[in-house]
Design a protein around this ligand. Sequence first.
Ligand code: BG6
Length: 490
Amino acid sequence: TTEQNVLFTIFGGTGDLAKRKLYPSLYRLYKKGFLKEHFAVIGTARREWTNDYYREIVKETLTDLIISEEDATEFANHFYYQSHNVNDAEHYVNLKVLAEKLDDHYQINGNRLFYLAMSPNFFGTITQQLDQQGLVTDNGFNRLIIEKPFGHDYESAAILNEQLREVFDESQIFRIDHYLGKEMVQNISTVRFANTMIESMWNNRYIDNIQITLSESLGVEERGGYYDKSGALRDMVQNHILQIVSLLAMEPPARLKDKDIRNEKIKALRAVRLYKPEEVKDYFVRAQYGIGSTESGLLNNYRNEMNVAEDSQTETFVAGKVLIDTFRWKGVPFYIRTGKRMGEKGTQINVVFKNVPLNLFSEDVEEELPPNVLSIFIQPTEGFSLQLNTKKAGIGLETDTFNLKHKHSAETVANSPEAYEKLIFDCLNGDATNFTHWDEVASSWKFVDVIRQAWDQDQSELPSYQSGSMGPAESDDLLAKDGFNWHWNP
Ligand code: BG6
């Protein structure tokens, strides 16, 4: 383990993300020795907090992880709070003074990591000010981590990107997609490229279709204000789902280096077929959650949620068919779906293979056997399964489906570093593999924008689905018309 010298500056230091994810992740890196003596953290936000108060808050976020009070205090002593108005140039001057003081004190040698964990409206201003007020150093690395959303369509994303690029170049910008930090998302490449059996079958000769489900059981909770303007398409499809698609669809990279991998992902995303506005209804469906009931009581419909418009047309569910126009994938639909308030929280990929040419186990040789399915379970269970047809025990030659399963043990899951810990670690090492390149963001928005615009022009009432279900009937119909069905159907 080598210790990293670094000064973190966290914009949004009093926020939810900082408290839930960033501080615990930094502490884990500290426990492992990646952060030791030569690091400091400046937390900034509007409020007036003292260093002492800030350190108490930081410690509170670590309750589940702390081994000794002493140790936590020692860690928290590296934290400094600076009240900050992002629009006020003067404030950056104060920030600079503090940064230089800490750089000196902890002998950091100019390495800076700026973490923007606040509203994207301010990303442009902040980066400009960092440059103009001299917070960017010339004796160490300067890296920027930014949280989603990266724009709300292609145009706004391009403007934002321009602003960032005036100060930082692509190699310094780390756009977070926390799904890329998930253990089993990272496992996709390993499964694909370390197994002859799978690698050789990973194409349209053997694969019938691929299904990706990101279902959530929670509703919008307290995030109605943000979500009602975003909707499931922008919130989940533009980023997480298309990232997963690109990892499944990309060609093998020459080497497992960030540049090589990202090049292949970019190529895959560029090959995603852009629909014409009038085609959208054939390929995508949307819906909004209605009421529902569980053992613990009745569930609200979406329009009754806090900070959601009474006549909201925002989709909380999307299902769609993504086509990739490459030699490898011609004719293989990638079905995707995601939604809030679905039956179960679960993220999984199901790769459905083509059938054997004839069914020798039935009177009718045309009768379809259940398909072979490779499932990758991303969360909450982490693991794989492979559905095979085998002989039913006993007399005769009847078939039975059998699942080869592997689940990561509870211990592995518990010890697996949280997505944010891994991503911050990668950024400290300058490894951008698990961050999204601008070209990926751009292609994703171009795909999503057509769908969004078609929906915005469509005045018909959007379908609803019962809270606690797996979505509307339209989602099943989307596959049924191609002769398929959702493999995961709890
Ligand atoms: C976020 C979305 O990016 O991902 C949220 O904004 C969503 O709406 C969340 O709930 C899901 O992340 P996870 O890691 O809980 O699957």
